[in-house]
Write a protein that binds this ligand. Structure first.
Ligand code: MN
Length: 240
């Protein structure tokens, strides 16, 4: 296995564990990465709780949901989310789908989720909400087909975050580290925005220019490496 392949599998395992530790993922939800060898494939764990994922649990999929190595272990039902977004967005190399309860209020009301502090700038200024019922009627709300995932990807557009009404969200970025960073601070921003609104305050949101400049700062290797290294230390070192 190439070094790059080993590295990306290790990073996906670590990302699952970091986000489980932050309460972004619980027993469900998942992180994936586009294959550095074949950009039409991606790696995602077999159906397993995120905090249990090791590199050996990763499976390789095509965008039509086929596992390429004949691995008989059951896959995640919602792997189509990843396939649909990778197919639509060549710039996206890593994705997290999660059910973080804190984001739900913004998907079920007209309340707009927006950055209120600088660390959350990477979530973007305009965060779309995708409602599965709009195109697919009554479902169990899970994204089970490429058709549904393609619809979700259209709602995501060119952004990093799309909320899924009554379900959770998807976060799509250029690196696994950026996905973890954006998921962690998305959740923090949600808490801060809701706290402010609950206290009767009207938040002063970051301006477009502030979001753009803060994003540039936050995506520098210095910030990305420091957060990743720090958060990685909190998971059991020998496991990942
Ligand atoms: Mn889900």
């Amino acid at each position: 296995m190439s070094d790059r392949l080993s590295e990306i599998k290790r990073d996906v395992a670590i990302a699952n564990r970091i986000l489980a530790g932050h309460g972004v993922l619980d027993a469900l939800g998942h992180v994936s990465a586009r294959s550095p060898v074949d950009p039409t494939h991606f790696f995602i764990a077999r159906s397993l709780g995120p905090e249990l994922v090791t590199p050996a649990d990763l499976q390789e999929f095509t965008f039509d949901g086929r596992e390429v190595d004949g691995d008989p272990r059951p896959p995640y039902a919602e792997r189509a989310i990843h396939a649909g977004i990778y197919a639509a967005r060549p710039d996206v190399l890593a994705i997290c789908h999660n059910h973080a309860p804190s984001v739900i209020p913004f998907g079920i009301t007209g309340l707009q989720l927006r950055p209120v502090f600088h660390m959350a700038a990477t979530i973007g200024e305009h965060i779309p909400v995708w409602d599965i019922a709009a195109e697919f009627g009554d479902t169990d709300l899970l994204v089970r087909s490429r058709e549904q995932a393609d619809s979700l990807a259209r709602a995501l557009g060119a952004g990093r975050v799309v909320l899924m009404r009554g379900h959770g969200c998807a976060v799509a970025c250029a690196t696994v580290q950026e996905v973890v960073f954006t998921c962690v601070y998305l959740q923090v921003n949600v808490h801060l925005q809701l706290q402010t609104l609950s206290a009767g305050g009207e938040p002063r949101y970051l301006s477009s220019g502030e979001i753009e400049r803060a994003t540039t700062t936050l995506l520098q290797p210095l910030t990305q490496e420091r957060t990743w290294t720090t958060w990685s230390q909190r998971i059991t070192p020998s496991d990942a």
